[in-house]
Ligand binder design. Structure first.
Ligand SMILES: [Zn+2]
Length: 472
């Protein structure tokens, strides 16, 4: 089996061959930190988190870079409105971003470079382009000279002529050609700015990714990712800048995730239908949000609705419950070390893991890989029904749990054991307190504890062996 990835540049699936045999360099364009992230920003975060997790699972060391755009028109506007300096606004929304991605189980990138820390590298990059004739100064701005890069348009599969038709004809006397794009913007009075060979100003948007990707990952990336909306012009401009300068491909594979629609409408601020992740997290569990994103292939469009989220919460809940039941049963079970699991069960688990892997190797097809996870859920249920007659039951349950851990390590749907252990401890402590309360005939307190646990989805059962509990 070899990993196949769809490459936007060539419009086909290709066998993945990294530059270094056991390492992967991956760059994904991150958010502009002027506001809380919405579900459209969360999709690439979750999609590329899973890509990264899978690459690590099959043995690669992944150097994963996600940038923060922390200076642009929107940050400047917000700064003028609020009176807070741009870096203060950026810092606030960077922390909010971390809170959100932590809350949806996205592992942090290796590096999160920021424009504010890399203006020097960006200026050097632009100066180099000017020197080579790929860029020109005009007024106090600097523009990329698009017609010097013959392949402009190759990523989005448009030629220069088509692009010229597509561009609104605006009289901009600063540009030699309408499709030229800005690398350095002269500062307007009161705006945040840096000194440069072209006067006080700040970087344009596209150049930051070329400069920061090069600094952290080198001239050619194994994978460059982002949302489909970034394909043109953002990524096209990155290609032009980087490849003009280095003469090498900027990325061997270009990956783009599809759009998210909200109730079948295009998502936009003006429609007021943006779904904020912070709000979504308050209403849905982490696994529901991840499931919603991952149950559709990353290149397909995805439609957000409350019904779809409720369905996702239900489906993801089946997986989480099966795992929690196994963990719970194994906690109180005899040591399984001496026994081998049932052979037929082992074979079924091996088949499930093979299917899961084959689907992931086929352009990270999480939608189909999740089907293998449900085969596993069914196997858990049938094995538990067979029950403890089988003296290999403990070993069987352990084999089931080991199998899901391999898949969950990629999808990240089920919270880690540690968090749950803490919760378990708390539940056990409450149950003990209730038992003590009953002994002391403090019925009110005993009932209060039972109600509290019920509210959290914990069901208590009186058995001859004492109180047992399970999650609803
Ligand atoms: Zn970018």
């Amino acid at each position: 089996m070899t990993l196949q990835i769809y490459n936007t540049m060539t419009r086909r699936k290709e066998t993945f061959v990294p530059i270094h045999p056991d390492k992967v360099n991956m760059y994904v364009c991150g958010p502009t930190v002027y506001d809380y992230i919405h579900i459209g920003n969360a999709r690439p975060q979750i999609v590329f988190d899973v890509v990264r997790r899978y690459l690590e699972q099959i043995g690669y060391e992944v150097n994963y870079v996600v940038n923060f755009t922390d200076v642009d028109d929107r940050l400047i506007r917000k700064s003028m409105e609020t009176g807070d300096p741009v870096p203060v606004i950026a810092e606030k929304f960077i922390q909010a971003f971390y809170e959100d991605i932590d809350g949806i189980g996205v592992r942090r990138a290796t590096h999160n470079p920021r424009v504010l820390d890399h203006v020097e590298e960006i200026i050097a990059f632009i100066a180099n382009l000017v020197e080579e004739g790929f860029a020109y100064e005009s007024g106090k701005d600097v523009y990329f000279r698009t017609n010097r890069f013959a392949e402009y348009g190759k990523l989005s599969h448009q030629n220069l002529e088509e692009l010229q038709h597509g561009i609104r004809v605006e009289v901009d006397e600063r540009k030699e050609n309408p499709e030229d794009f800005v690398l350095w913007k002269a500062a307007k009075p009161g705006e945040i700015s840096w000194p440069s060979p072209w006067g006080e100003g700040r970087p344009g948007w596209h150049i930051e990714c070329s400069a920061m990707a090069r600094k952290f990952l080198g001239d050619t990336l194994d994978i460059h990712g982002g949302g489909q909306d970034l394909q043109f012009p953002h990524h096209e401009c990155e290609v032009a800048q980087s490849e003009s300068l280095t003469g090498k491909p900027l990325a061997n594979i270009w990956m783009h995730n599809g759009y998210i629609h909200i109730n079948n409408e295009k998502m936009s601020k003006s429609l007021g239908n943006g779904v904020i992740v912070k709000e979504l997290r308050a209403r849905y569990k982490m696994e529901a949000i991840r499931y919603f994103i991952l149950a559709t292939h990353y290149r397909n469009p995805l439609n957000f609705s409350e019904e779809a989220m409720m369905q996702a919460e239900k489906s993801a809940g089946r997986i989480v419950n099966a795992v929690q039941n196994l963990r719970h049963l194994l906690k109180s079970a005899e040591d399984a070390a001496e026994r081998e699991p049932d052979e037929a069960l082992q074979q079924k688990l091996a088949d499930i893991l093979d299917t899961f892997d084959a689907k992931m190797q086929d352009d990270f097809n999480t939608a189909d890989a999740i089907t293998a996870v449900f085969d596993w859920v069914n196997l858990v249920n049938s094995t538990m029904q067979q029950g403890s007659q089988d003296d290999r039951q403990t070993a069987n349950l352990q084999a089931l749990l080991d199998a899901i851990e391999a898949m969950n390590n990629v999808l990240g749907l089920v919270p880690e054991q540690e968090e749950e252990d803490l919760l378990d401890e708390e539940i056990n402590r409450l149950i003990q307190e209730r038992t003590d309360a009953r002994k002391a005939k403090n019925w009110a307190r005993a009932d209060e504890i039972r109600d509290m646990l019920t509210a959290q989805g914990i069901i208590l059962e009186d058995t001859p062996q004492g109180i047992r509990w399970r999650r609803k």
